[in-house]
Write a protein that binds this ligand. Structure first.
Ligand SMILES: Nc1ncnc2c1ncn2[C@@H]1O[C@H](COP(=O)(O)OP(=O)(O)O)[C@@H](O)[C@H]1O
Ligand SMILES: [Mg+2]
Length: 420
């Protein structure tokens, strides 16, 4: 794309990050009025044929993936810029979250991990190994949605690897033992790297750490690690078992798929949260950490009468009544459900979901617990800020109705509509 065309189409805004090979900028796509992230290959690499090919492949591979937990690719520009244009993720990357929080509350960690599992399972099902799973490649949007990115060194079974013999690619602290020693890889290499991410999420520490990269690699290949529960005793035993199994040195001893991990972690929530509640819990937690700004409040309609006309008062009463009935109906839909069965051993206590979470336990009790959890989280991936806040405001209205039965106007300064 010629430079003038780029200037016509995009307003370049601030730099938002920089990694080993590229710099990421926020930009505004003028025609569609949407923010985008533009990842530009660093100048020093542009003449390196190998790296350029790999970068180009990142965009091709990533563009072929359509999953709500994977960053969408919009465009790729070749020479002279070498830029990938992608969805702008308004949120925080997991590396920054862990750096700020240390260990995350177990329920939040599970809710984040399950979404990442789903993205990786999807990629694996398409014969793709990510090969660079690490917290900085996992972003969390302000609405709590997780986005996996950077399939830059991803490798498909069908494509010839672009790595030269003996060349290591990946991020040393997150590499699997087989990646370090240069053996051929399969999805279980990603599972090991994911185990390191899980370890960090739940303990705030890396399982294999040293100042020296070589020493880290040697530890990954040879050394045991401290049990997660010795660092953080609030980690459920079953989560510890999952982490340990991901981190087995021999691939054959690890899980065979991300789906298995997703199901095991899903049991932790034991159907006691819903899509909206999970996302809201993550979102509120990140706001409380000060790593993201809160989402804007949803507008609330205020229906007022025109004071001069009698009939309009009657219409207003009708409209208010209809509004109340609609709210009551919605409330009943959300809240008239059987209570959830007690959580299995080691499940994360429901109190971990804050009082402000809108939907404490609303799934039908007839569905098996594991299926409910997986479904809940799968559908969680499609929830929007609007739906989250809709749920939130419904909860608020419900509470206020219980407390003050005679209150008939839902008010919040915002917009006024006159029923006439
Ligand atoms: N699509 C995106 N939306 C928002 N921020 C992004 C996006 N892609 C990358 N970033 C930010 O830019 C940083 C640098 O990304 P990258 O060059 O891939 O390096 P690394 O993954 O090693 O951190 C990321 O850590 C992330 O915070
Ligand atoms: Mg990255």
């Amino acid at each position: 794309m010629p430079i003038q065309q780029i200037k016509d189409e995009y307003d370049m805004l601030e730099e938002i990050g920089s990694g080993g090979m590229a710099t990421v900028h926020k930009a505004m796509q003028k025609s569609l009025k949407r923010p985008v992230a533009i990842k530009e290959l660093k100048k020093s690499y542009r003449s390196d044929e190998q790296i350029v090919k790999r970068f180009e492949r990142e965009s091709i591979v990533a563009a072929s993936l359509q999953h709500e937990n994977i960053v969408h690719i919009y465009d790729y520009w070749k020479r002279p810029h070498f830029c990938i244009v992608m969805e702008y993720v308004d949120g925080a990357n997991l590396a920054d979250v862990i750096a700020k929080a240390g260990a995350l509350p177990p329920d939040v960690a599970v809710m984040i991990a399950i979404q990442a599992c789903s993205a990786l399972e999807y990629a694996h099902m398409r014969g793709l190994i990510h090969r660079d799973i690490k917290p900085s490649n996992i972003m969390i949007k302000r609405n709590g949605e997780v986005k996996l990115m950077d399939f830059g060194i991803a490798h498909t079974r069908d494509l010839e690897a672009l790595t030269l013999p003996g060349t290591l690619i990946g991020t040393p602290a997150y590499m699997s033992p087989e990646q370090i020693v240069g053996q051929s890889l399969d999805i279980r290499s990603d599972i090991f790297s994911f185990g390191i991410v899980l370890y960090e999420l739940f303990t705030g520490m890396k399982p294999f750490f040293d100042e020296e990269t070589r020493a880290v690699s040697a530890k990954i290949v040879n050394d045991p690690f401290i049990s997660p529960r010795s660092i953080n005793s609030s980690i459920p035993r079953s989560v510890q078992r999952v982490i340990k199994k991901c981190l087995r040195k021999k691939p054959a001893k690890r899980f065979g798929s991300m789906l298995e991990i997703e199901q095991k972690l899903g049991k932790q929530l034991a159907g006691r949260t819903t899509k909206a509640a999970s996302l809201l819990r993550i979102s509120e937690y990140l706001v409380s950490l000060n790593v993201i700004e809160p989402l804007p409040e949803q507008e609330t309609l205020v229906i007022t009468a025109k004071p001069s006309r009698r009939s309009s008062r009657f219409k207003q009463a009708l409209a208010s009544g209809a509004l109340l009935l609609a709210f009551a109906g919605g409330g009943a839909y959300y809240y008239h459900v059987k209570p959830m069965p007690p959580a299995p051993d080691g499940a994360i206590p429901v109190s971990a979901v804050p009082v402000s979470s809108p939907l404490p336990a609303t799934q039908p009790a007839t569905t098996p617990a594991s299926a409910r959890t997986t479904d809940a989280v799968a559908s969680a991936q499609t929830a929007t800020p609007a739906s989250l806040h809709k749920a939130s405001s419904e909860k608020k209205s419900e509470t206020s109705r219980a407390g003050k039965k005679k209150k008939t106007t839902v008010k919040k300064k915002k917009r006024k509509i006159t029923a006439s």
